[in-house]
Each structure stands twice: as C-alpha cells, then as structure tokens.
Design a protein around this ligand. Structure first.
Ligand code: AR6
Length: 169
C-alpha cells in the first residue's frame, strides 16, 4: 500500500474515490461534509436521505453527483469524549471499513480527510497515528494508493510525523 500525504481540499483532490467525515444522520453538516455536499449538489442529499443513517465506525457508499469521483464513501467517526469511550477503536473501524469498501469497489486510489479531528475533537496526533497505521497494515491489492489529506500545515506535519514513526517501527 502506497500512503501519500497531500495538502489540499477533499473536493479537488486527485483520487478515484473520496471518504467523507460524516455524522450518524448522513444528512450533511459543516467541515468536510459541508464542502462535499456543496460541491456534489442536491442529488447527494437526496440519496443520503434514503439510507437511514449510519452507526459510528461504519461506512455507506453513495454516488458522487457533480463531483468527479467514482463514488463517495461516507464514514462516521467517533466524537471525542476523553478517550475512554472506544474512540480509538471506532476511528480504526472507520478507516478499516472505508478501505474495505474501496477494495470492494475496485478502487485504485482513495483519499481520506482527517476523520474526527475537526468538529468531533479527536486529538490530531492520535488520529493521525491510527490513520497511518491502518493504511500501512492494509494487505489487500486494492486500493493501491491512499491519500491522507492535510487541510493546514500543522496537520500535514502531524501526518508526516505519524508516517515516519510507523515506518521506523
Ligand atoms: N478538505 C479536506 N479537509 C478538510 C476540509 C476540506 N474541504 N474541511 C475541513 N477539513 P470535520 P469531523 C479538515 O469537522 O471532526 C460535520 O459537521 C479539518 O481541518 O470536517 O469528523 C459533519 O456533518 C479537520 O482536520 O470532521 C459531522 O457532524 C478534518 O478535516 C462532523 O462535522 C475533519 O474535520 C464531523 O466531524
């Protein structure tokens, strides 16, 4: 698995599939979710309304509508509540389930935002360690490439630190 860290916006990234940082309603919100819904257009919300939500740690797949991706994988990250409420396990499950969905879709490349590190308050370095380790441990043939997106220079440094740590054992 090739793990790349890229600085940029999820809606303009160069990948076949993108992951959304959604909530259990799947009905949109701010941050990544808001940017994706704004750019995808109302068809996305209409499809999301038929799904009946999604539990934390799981994913659901929709079309990409006005966005140039093959599909959108909506992942519901945990809300940080101090770290003793299965937050790490649930974030790990998000990455794992999104990779599983990407593999089932035959994805060559998939881009992830830093799930749960915005409105949901998950500590950034801890979240980056989980993201990097889950992707590096992925042993199936697809997706071949994972892009971990940093939306500011601090989160880019955080992700790079995690990658270096994971590669050096
Ligand atoms: N592209 C890439 N990364 C982004 C973008 C973007 N356009 N916008 C923000 N980020 P968040 P969460 C970064 O809050 O913590 C929504 O209201 C941001 O800097 O989008 O999982 C949903 O509806 C941060 O590092 O997701 C949910 O209710 C990271 O993406 C809730 O927020 C995640 O921030 C989900 O919260």
């Amino acid at each position: 698995m090739n793990v790349e860290i890229t600085f940029g916006d999820i809606v303009t990234c160069d990948a076949e599939f993108i992951v959304n940082a959604a909530n259990e309603t799947l009905l949109g919100g701010g941050g990544v979710d808001g940017a994706i819904h704004d750019a995808a257009g109302p068809g996305l919300l209409a499809e999301c309304q038929t799904l009946g939500g999604c539990p934390t740690g799981e994913v659901r797949v929709t079309g990409a509508y006005d966005l140039p991706f093959n599909a959108i994988i909506h992942a519901v990250g945990p809300i940080w509540r101090g770290g003793k409420h299965m937050e790490a396990e649930l974030l790990y499950a998000c990455y794992q389930n999104a990779l599983k969905a990407a593999s089932a879709l035959g994805a060559e490349s998939v881009a992830f935002p830093a799930i749960s590190t915005g409105a949901f308050g998950f500590p950034e370095q801890h979240a980056a360690d989980i993201a990097v380790r889950t992707c590096l441990a992925w042993s199936e043939n697809q997706p071949r490439k994972v892009i971990l997106l940093a939306f500011d220079t601090q989160s880019e440094e955080t992700l790079r630190r995690s990658l270096e740590k994971a590669r050096n054992g």
